[in-house]
Design a protein around this ligand. Structure first.
Ligand SMILES: Cc1cc2nc3c(=O)[nH]c(=O)nc-3n(C[C@H](O)[C@H](O)[C@H](O)COP(=O)(O)OP(=O)(O)OC[C@H]3O[C@@H](n4cnc5c(N)ncnc54)[C@H](O)[C@@H]3O)c2cc1C
Length: 376
Protein backbone atom coordinates (compact mmCIF):
# COMPACT_ATOMS: atom_id res chain seq x y z
CA UNK A 1 0.00 0.00 0.00
CA UNK A 2 1.38 3.43 -0.72
CA UNK A 3 0.43 7.04 -0.93
CA UNK A 4 1.37 8.44 -4.34
CA UNK A 5 4.91 9.74 -4.16
CA UNK A 6 8.48 8.53 -4.08
CA UNK A 7 11.37 10.40 -2.50
CA UNK A 8 15.07 10.22 -3.15
CA UNK A 9 18.02 10.48 -0.78
CA UNK A 10 18.33 11.99 1.88
CA UNK A 11 14.91 10.37 2.39
CA UNK A 12 15.90 6.95 3.61
CA UNK A 13 19.14 8.09 5.20
CA UNK A 14 18.18 5.61 7.97
CA UNK A 15 19.70 2.98 5.67
CA UNK A 16 23.09 4.27 6.81
CA UNK A 17 22.30 2.64 10.18
CA UNK A 18 22.83 -0.66 8.37
CA UNK A 19 25.37 0.20 5.72
CA UNK A 20 27.71 3.07 6.50
CA UNK A 21 28.18 4.33 2.93
CA UNK A 22 25.85 7.21 2.13
CA UNK A 23 27.16 7.68 -1.43
CA UNK A 24 26.44 4.03 -2.28
CA UNK A 25 22.98 4.18 -0.69
CA UNK A 26 22.17 7.38 -2.55
CA UNK A 27 23.17 5.67 -5.81
CA UNK A 28 21.04 2.60 -5.06
CA UNK A 29 17.99 4.71 -4.22
CA UNK A 30 18.49 6.58 -7.50
CA UNK A 31 18.76 3.27 -9.37
CA UNK A 32 15.54 2.10 -7.68
CA UNK A 33 13.80 5.25 -8.96
CA UNK A 34 15.14 4.48 -12.45
CA UNK A 35 13.64 0.98 -12.35
CA UNK A 36 10.23 2.48 -11.57
CA UNK A 37 10.72 5.25 -14.09
CA UNK A 38 11.34 2.73 -16.88
CA UNK A 39 7.87 1.37 -16.21
CA UNK A 40 5.76 4.32 -15.15
CA UNK A 41 5.65 8.04 -15.55
CA UNK A 42 6.92 9.96 -12.52
CA UNK A 43 5.70 13.54 -12.27
CA UNK A 44 8.68 15.64 -11.22
CA UNK A 45 9.01 19.21 -10.03
CA UNK A 46 11.09 21.77 -11.89
CA UNK A 47 14.14 21.48 -9.67
CA UNK A 48 15.80 24.85 -10.05
CA UNK A 49 18.37 25.51 -7.28
CA UNK A 50 17.19 29.14 -7.01
CA UNK A 51 13.72 27.81 -6.15
CA UNK A 52 15.17 25.81 -3.24
CA UNK A 53 16.84 28.96 -1.95
CA UNK A 54 13.62 30.93 -2.35
CA UNK A 55 11.69 28.20 -0.49
CA UNK A 56 14.32 28.01 2.24
CA UNK A 57 14.23 31.71 2.98
CA UNK A 58 10.41 31.86 2.77
CA UNK A 59 9.89 29.01 5.25
CA UNK A 60 12.84 30.04 7.46
CA UNK A 61 11.18 33.43 7.75
CA UNK A 62 8.13 31.68 9.21
CA UNK A 63 10.27 29.78 11.72
CA UNK A 64 10.58 26.46 9.83
CA UNK A 65 13.53 24.54 8.55
CA UNK A 66 12.85 23.58 4.91
CA UNK A 67 14.39 20.28 3.85
CA UNK A 68 14.73 19.69 0.13
CA UNK A 69 15.08 16.37 -1.63
CA UNK A 70 13.81 15.11 -4.90
CA UNK A 71 10.23 13.81 -4.70
CA UNK A 72 8.05 12.66 -7.60
CA UNK A 73 4.39 11.72 -7.95
CA UNK A 74 2.99 8.60 -9.55
CA UNK A 75 -0.55 7.64 -10.43
CA UNK A 76 -2.01 4.75 -8.44
CA UNK A 77 -3.10 2.81 -11.53
CA UNK A 78 0.42 2.99 -13.00
CA UNK A 79 1.87 1.87 -9.67
CA UNK A 80 -0.48 -1.11 -9.53
CA UNK A 81 0.44 -2.04 -13.12
CA UNK A 82 4.16 -1.82 -12.46
CA UNK A 83 3.91 -4.07 -9.42
CA UNK A 84 1.96 -6.56 -11.51
CA UNK A 85 4.68 -6.39 -14.15
CA UNK A 86 7.34 -7.14 -11.51
CA UNK A 87 5.33 -10.20 -10.47
CA UNK A 88 5.11 -11.38 -14.09
CA UNK A 89 8.87 -10.86 -14.53
CA UNK A 90 9.54 -12.99 -11.43
CA UNK A 91 7.28 -15.78 -12.65
CA UNK A 92 8.91 -15.70 -16.11
CA UNK A 93 12.31 -15.97 -14.40
CA UNK A 94 11.15 -19.22 -12.81
CA UNK A 95 10.27 -17.90 -9.35
CA UNK A 96 7.20 -19.44 -7.73
CA UNK A 97 4.94 -16.97 -5.94
CA UNK A 98 2.37 -18.17 -3.40
CA UNK A 99 -0.34 -15.55 -3.11
CA UNK A 100 -2.55 -15.16 0.00
CA UNK A 101 -0.07 -17.22 1.98
CA UNK A 102 1.14 -16.18 5.40
CA UNK A 103 4.43 -17.12 7.02
CA UNK A 104 3.49 -17.95 10.60
CA UNK A 105 6.83 -19.06 12.02
CA UNK A 106 10.42 -19.94 11.15
CA UNK A 107 12.66 -22.38 12.99
CA UNK A 108 16.27 -23.45 12.52
CA UNK A 109 17.10 -27.16 12.24
CA UNK A 110 20.48 -28.56 11.18
CA UNK A 111 21.50 -25.27 9.57
CA UNK A 112 18.31 -25.01 7.50
CA UNK A 113 15.35 -22.68 7.94
CA UNK A 114 12.02 -24.42 8.49
CA UNK A 115 9.34 -22.00 7.30
CA UNK A 116 5.73 -22.56 8.37
CA UNK A 117 3.21 -21.20 5.90
CA UNK A 118 -0.58 -21.00 6.01
CA UNK A 119 -2.89 -20.70 3.02
CA UNK A 120 -6.65 -20.63 3.58
CA UNK A 121 -6.91 -23.85 5.57
CA UNK A 122 -3.64 -25.48 4.57
CA UNK A 123 -0.57 -25.57 6.75
CA UNK A 124 2.69 -26.38 5.03
CA UNK A 125 6.32 -26.51 6.06
CA UNK A 126 9.19 -25.59 3.73
CA UNK A 127 12.83 -26.40 4.37
CA UNK A 128 15.01 -23.58 3.01
CA UNK A 129 18.69 -22.91 2.71
CA UNK A 130 18.20 -19.14 2.64
CA UNK A 131 15.45 -16.78 3.81
CA UNK A 132 14.79 -13.14 2.91
CA UNK A 133 12.23 -11.61 5.25
CA UNK A 134 10.42 -8.64 3.65
CA UNK A 135 7.08 -8.51 5.46
CA UNK A 136 6.86 -4.71 5.79
CA UNK A 137 4.97 -2.86 8.48
CA UNK A 138 2.11 -5.36 8.57
CA UNK A 139 4.48 -8.20 9.42
CA UNK A 140 5.71 -6.67 12.66
CA UNK A 141 4.30 -9.40 14.91
CA UNK A 142 6.20 -12.09 13.02
CA UNK A 143 9.33 -9.91 13.04
CA UNK A 144 8.98 -9.34 16.78
CA UNK A 145 8.66 -13.07 17.40
CA UNK A 146 11.58 -14.04 15.13
CA UNK A 147 13.99 -11.32 16.23
CA UNK A 148 13.48 -12.35 19.88
CA UNK A 149 13.64 -16.07 19.18
CA UNK A 150 16.87 -15.71 17.18
CA UNK A 151 18.35 -13.20 19.66
CA UNK A 152 18.87 -10.53 16.97
CA UNK A 153 16.44 -7.85 18.11
CA UNK A 154 17.24 -4.26 18.97
CA UNK A 155 14.84 -1.93 20.75
CA UNK A 156 13.22 1.02 18.96
CA UNK A 157 15.61 3.99 19.02
CA UNK A 158 13.00 6.41 17.75
CA UNK A 159 9.36 6.68 16.80
CA UNK A 160 7.03 9.36 15.48
CA UNK A 161 3.53 10.00 16.71
CA UNK A 162 1.08 12.69 15.71
CA UNK A 163 -2.00 13.75 13.80
CA UNK A 164 -3.15 14.09 10.20
CA UNK A 165 -4.54 17.51 9.34
CA UNK A 166 -7.07 17.82 6.51
CA UNK A 167 -8.48 20.96 4.86
CA UNK A 168 -10.02 21.97 1.52
CA UNK A 169 -7.44 22.12 -1.27
CA UNK A 170 -8.10 25.86 -1.81
CA UNK A 171 -7.05 26.61 1.78
CA UNK A 172 -3.35 26.20 0.86
CA UNK A 173 -3.12 25.84 -2.92
CA UNK A 174 0.65 26.53 -2.96
CA UNK A 175 1.57 23.64 -0.68
CA UNK A 176 3.32 21.97 -3.63
CA UNK A 177 4.87 25.12 -5.10
CA UNK A 178 8.42 24.12 -4.16
CA UNK A 179 8.12 20.46 -3.31
CA UNK A 180 5.61 17.63 -3.86
CA UNK A 181 6.07 16.49 -0.27
CA UNK A 182 6.66 19.70 1.65
CA UNK A 183 9.05 18.84 4.49
CA UNK A 184 9.06 21.42 7.26
CA UNK A 185 10.78 20.89 10.56
CA UNK A 186 10.38 22.81 13.77
CA UNK A 187 12.26 21.45 16.79
CA UNK A 188 11.13 17.87 17.35
CA UNK A 189 8.07 18.20 15.06
CA UNK A 190 7.84 17.81 11.31
CA UNK A 191 5.37 17.58 8.45
CA UNK A 192 4.96 14.15 6.86
CA UNK A 193 3.53 12.74 3.63
CA UNK A 194 1.73 15.76 2.19
CA UNK A 195 -1.15 14.65 -0.02
CA UNK A 196 -2.52 17.53 -2.08
CA UNK A 197 -5.79 16.60 -3.75
CA UNK A 198 -5.65 13.37 -1.78
CA UNK A 199 -7.51 11.24 0.71
CA UNK A 200 -6.71 10.04 4.16
CA UNK A 201 -5.43 6.47 3.84
CA UNK A 202 -6.31 4.07 6.63
CA UNK A 203 -4.37 0.92 7.42
CA UNK A 204 -4.66 -1.70 10.16
CA UNK A 205 -2.02 -2.59 12.68
CA UNK A 206 -2.99 -4.99 15.49
CA UNK A 207 -6.70 -4.56 14.68
CA UNK A 208 -6.59 -0.77 15.08
CA UNK A 209 -6.74 1.73 12.23
CA UNK A 210 -4.03 4.34 11.67
CA UNK A 211 -3.87 7.29 9.28
CA UNK A 212 -1.50 8.02 6.41
CA UNK A 213 -1.71 10.06 3.21
CA UNK A 214 -2.81 8.94 -0.25
CA UNK A 215 -3.02 10.89 -3.46
CA UNK A 216 -3.34 10.21 -7.14
CA UNK A 217 -2.33 13.21 -9.22
CA UNK A 218 -4.38 11.91 -12.15
CA UNK A 219 -7.55 11.75 -9.98
CA UNK A 220 -7.41 14.60 -7.48
CA UNK A 221 -9.98 15.17 -4.71
CA UNK A 222 -10.93 18.55 -3.23
CA UNK A 223 -8.92 17.91 -0.04
CA UNK A 224 -5.33 18.21 1.11
CA UNK A 225 -3.96 16.30 4.08
CA UNK A 226 -0.61 16.03 5.81
CA UNK A 227 0.86 14.49 8.93
CA UNK A 228 2.29 16.61 11.74
CA UNK A 229 4.47 14.32 13.80
CA UNK A 230 6.36 14.54 17.07
CA UNK A 231 9.65 12.66 17.23
CA UNK A 232 10.23 10.44 20.25
CA UNK A 233 13.83 9.45 20.89
CA UNK A 234 15.02 6.78 23.29
CA UNK A 235 17.28 9.24 25.14
CA UNK A 236 14.41 11.45 26.28
CA UNK A 237 11.34 9.21 26.11
CA UNK A 238 10.20 5.80 27.19
CA UNK A 239 9.03 5.08 23.65
CA UNK A 240 7.44 1.68 24.22
CA UNK A 241 5.41 2.83 27.24
CA UNK A 242 4.11 5.94 25.45
CA UNK A 243 3.04 3.99 22.36
CA UNK A 244 1.61 1.05 24.27
CA UNK A 245 -0.42 3.38 26.50
CA UNK A 246 -2.03 4.91 23.43
CA UNK A 247 -2.82 1.46 22.00
CA UNK A 248 -4.24 0.26 25.32
CA UNK A 249 -6.45 3.35 25.76
CA UNK A 250 -7.84 2.88 22.26
CA UNK A 251 -8.48 -0.81 22.84
CA UNK A 252 -10.04 -0.29 26.28
CA UNK A 253 -12.41 2.32 24.81
CA UNK A 254 -13.22 0.21 21.75
CA UNK A 255 -11.86 2.97 19.47
CA UNK A 256 -10.79 1.12 16.34
CA UNK A 257 -11.22 3.90 13.79
CA UNK A 258 -9.20 7.12 13.96
CA UNK A 259 -10.46 9.91 16.20
CA UNK A 260 -11.57 13.11 14.48
CA UNK A 261 -11.81 16.62 15.96
CA UNK A 262 -12.35 20.01 14.44
CA UNK A 263 -9.20 22.13 14.45
CA UNK A 264 -10.58 24.46 17.15
CA UNK A 265 -11.85 21.61 19.37
CA UNK A 266 -8.46 19.92 19.13
CA UNK A 267 -6.75 23.13 20.29
CA UNK A 268 -9.24 23.50 23.14
CA UNK A 269 -9.15 19.81 24.06
CA UNK A 270 -12.91 19.33 23.53
CA UNK A 271 -14.57 16.33 21.89
CA UNK A 272 -16.32 17.39 18.64
CA UNK A 273 -20.00 16.51 18.60
CA UNK A 274 -20.72 17.25 14.99
CA UNK A 275 -19.06 18.30 11.78
CA UNK A 276 -20.85 20.56 9.35
CA UNK A 277 -18.28 19.98 6.64
CA UNK A 278 -16.99 16.93 4.81
CA UNK A 279 -13.87 14.87 5.05
CA UNK A 280 -12.24 12.44 2.63
CA UNK A 281 -13.14 9.54 4.94
CA UNK A 282 -16.65 8.68 5.98
CA UNK A 283 -16.30 7.19 9.42
CA UNK A 284 -14.29 7.96 12.51
CA UNK A 285 -14.58 7.91 16.31
CA UNK A 286 -15.50 10.79 18.58
CA UNK A 287 -13.08 11.77 21.32
CA UNK A 288 -10.41 14.18 22.47
CA UNK A 289 -7.07 13.28 20.90
CA UNK A 290 -5.20 15.06 23.70
CA UNK A 291 -6.42 12.50 26.25
CA UNK A 292 -4.39 9.84 24.46
CA UNK A 293 -1.10 11.70 24.61
CA UNK A 294 1.25 12.55 27.47
CA UNK A 295 0.71 16.22 28.45
CA UNK A 296 4.00 17.51 27.12
CA UNK A 297 3.47 15.88 23.71
CA UNK A 298 -0.16 16.97 23.48
CA UNK A 299 0.87 20.61 24.16
CA UNK A 300 3.76 20.49 21.72
CA UNK A 301 1.61 18.99 18.95
CA UNK A 302 -1.16 21.51 19.51
CA UNK A 303 1.36 24.37 19.30
CA UNK A 304 2.75 22.92 16.10
CA UNK A 305 -0.65 22.35 14.47
CA UNK A 306 -1.70 25.87 15.48
CA UNK A 307 1.46 27.35 14.07
CA UNK A 308 1.07 25.43 10.77
CA UNK A 309 -2.63 26.24 10.33
CA UNK A 310 -2.27 29.91 11.25
CA UNK A 311 0.73 30.29 8.94
CA UNK A 312 -0.63 28.47 5.90
CA UNK A 313 -4.34 27.60 6.02
CA UNK A 314 -6.38 30.56 4.83
CA UNK A 315 -8.51 31.88 7.70
CA UNK A 316 -11.78 31.25 5.85
CA UNK A 317 -11.00 27.51 5.88
CA UNK A 318 -9.82 26.99 9.45
CA UNK A 319 -13.34 26.14 10.59
CA UNK A 320 -13.35 23.43 7.89
CA UNK A 321 -10.09 21.89 9.03
CA UNK A 322 -10.12 18.45 10.69
CA UNK A 323 -7.56 16.71 12.86
CA UNK A 324 -7.32 12.91 12.80
CA UNK A 325 -5.38 10.66 15.18
CA UNK A 326 -3.27 8.58 15.39
CA UNK A 327 -0.56 8.76 12.77
CA UNK A 328 2.39 6.68 13.82
CA UNK A 329 5.78 5.55 12.52
CA UNK A 330 6.77 2.96 15.06
CA UNK A 331 8.12 -0.54 15.24
CA UNK A 332 8.54 -2.22 18.61
CA UNK A 333 11.64 -4.16 17.64
CA UNK A 334 14.04 -4.03 14.78
CA UNK A 335 16.82 -6.38 13.67
CA UNK A 336 20.54 -6.23 14.32
CA UNK A 337 21.80 -6.48 10.76
CA UNK A 338 25.16 -6.78 9.03
CA UNK A 339 25.96 -4.59 6.03
CA UNK A 340 24.63 -7.21 3.62
CA UNK A 341 21.27 -7.29 5.50
CA UNK A 342 21.98 -10.65 7.16
CA UNK A 343 21.07 -11.09 10.81
CA UNK A 344 22.07 -14.77 10.84
CA UNK A 345 23.96 -16.76 8.21
CA UNK A 346 21.65 -16.96 5.17
CA UNK A 347 18.84 -15.07 6.93
CA UNK A 348 18.31 -11.64 5.36
CA UNK A 349 15.89 -8.90 6.39
CA UNK A 350 15.02 -6.12 3.93
CA UNK A 351 12.53 -3.28 3.56
CA UNK A 352 10.54 -1.49 6.20
CA UNK A 353 10.50 -4.47 8.59
CA UNK A 354 14.19 -3.84 9.29
CA UNK A 355 12.85 -1.03 11.47
CA UNK A 356 15.52 1.42 10.24
CA UNK A 357 13.75 3.33 7.45
CA UNK A 358 10.48 3.63 5.55
CA UNK A 359 9.59 4.34 1.92
CA UNK A 360 9.11 2.58 -1.40
CA UNK A 361 12.44 3.40 -3.04
CA UNK A 362 14.34 2.86 0.20
CA UNK A 363 12.81 -0.61 0.65
CA UNK A 364 13.44 -1.42 -3.01
CA UNK A 365 17.07 -0.25 -2.68
CA UNK A 366 17.59 -2.46 0.39
CA UNK A 367 16.37 -5.40 -1.73
CA UNK A 368 18.77 -4.49 -4.54
CA UNK A 369 21.74 -4.29 -2.18
CA UNK A 370 20.78 -7.58 -0.56
CA UNK A 371 20.30 -9.27 -3.96
CA UNK A 372 23.76 -8.19 -5.08
CA UNK A 373 25.44 -9.79 -2.07
CA UNK A 374 23.10 -12.79 -2.24
CA UNK A 375 24.15 -13.47 -5.85
CA UNK A 376 27.83 -13.50 -4.85
C1 LIG B 1 -1.07 4.17 3.72
C2 LIG B 1 0.38 4.22 3.40
C3 LIG B 1 0.84 5.14 2.47
C4 LIG B 1 2.20 5.18 2.15
N1 LIG B 1 2.62 6.07 1.22
C5 LIG B 1 3.90 6.07 0.81
C6 LIG B 1 4.33 6.90 -0.25
O1 LIG B 1 3.57 7.66 -0.85
N2 LIG B 1 5.64 6.85 -0.62
C7 LIG B 1 6.54 6.01 0.00
O2 LIG B 1 7.71 6.00 -0.39
N3 LIG B 1 6.15 5.22 1.02
C8 LIG B 1 4.86 5.22 1.43
N4 LIG B 1 4.46 4.39 2.45
C9 LIG B 1 5.45 3.50 3.05
C10 LIG B 1 5.73 2.36 2.08
O3 LIG B 1 4.51 1.80 1.63
C11 LIG B 1 6.57 1.28 2.76
O4 LIG B 1 7.70 1.86 3.37
C12 LIG B 1 7.03 0.25 1.73
O5 LIG B 1 5.93 -0.30 1.02
C13 LIG B 1 7.75 -0.87 2.46
O6 LIG B 1 8.05 -1.86 1.52
P1 LIG B 1 8.26 -3.35 2.00
O7 LIG B 1 8.47 -4.13 0.75
O8 LIG B 1 9.28 -3.40 3.06
O9 LIG B 1 6.88 -3.78 2.68
P2 LIG B 1 5.40 -3.81 2.11
O10 LIG B 1 5.26 -3.00 0.89
O11 LIG B 1 4.54 -3.50 3.29
O12 LIG B 1 5.21 -5.33 1.67
C14 LIG B 1 5.23 -6.37 2.64
C15 LIG B 1 4.37 -7.52 2.13
O13 LIG B 1 4.50 -8.62 3.04
C16 LIG B 1 3.22 -9.16 3.31
N5 LIG B 1 3.26 -9.83 4.64
C17 LIG B 1 3.18 -9.28 5.88
N6 LIG B 1 3.25 -10.22 6.83
C18 LIG B 1 3.39 -11.39 6.18
C19 LIG B 1 3.52 -12.75 6.60
N7 LIG B 1 3.54 -13.07 7.89
N8 LIG B 1 3.63 -13.71 5.65
C20 LIG B 1 3.62 -13.41 4.32
N9 LIG B 1 3.50 -12.16 3.86
C21 LIG B 1 3.39 -11.15 4.77
C22 LIG B 1 2.30 -7.95 3.29
O14 LIG B 1 0.96 -8.37 3.07
C23 LIG B 1 2.88 -7.18 2.11
O15 LIG B 1 2.34 -7.63 0.89
C24 LIG B 1 3.11 4.33 2.82
C25 LIG B 1 2.66 3.42 3.78
C26 LIG B 1 1.30 3.36 4.07
C27 LIG B 1 0.84 2.38 5.12
Amino acid sequence: MAGGKVSLYPAGSGLTNILDDSAYIERKIKESAQVYEQNLQLKRHVNLPEMHEQAKSYYNGLGYEFKYYDAALYSQKDFFNVNQKFEEDFIRAGIEIRFNTMVTDIEIHDGRYIVHIFNKSNLEVLSCEKVILATGKSGHNLADKLSKKFGVESRAEKAEIGVRVEFPISAFPDIDKFHYDLKLKSGNCKTFCVSKGGKIALYYSDNLLYTEGYDDYKNPTSFTNLGILYKLDAENHDITTIIEDIILKRKNNGLIKPIRQTYFDFLNSIESNEFNYESSIKSWEKGDINEFLPNQISHRLRDEVKSFVSSFVHKDYRSRTSIFFPEMNYQKTSFKLAEDFQCLPNFYVIGEITGKFIGILQSFASGMICAETYKK
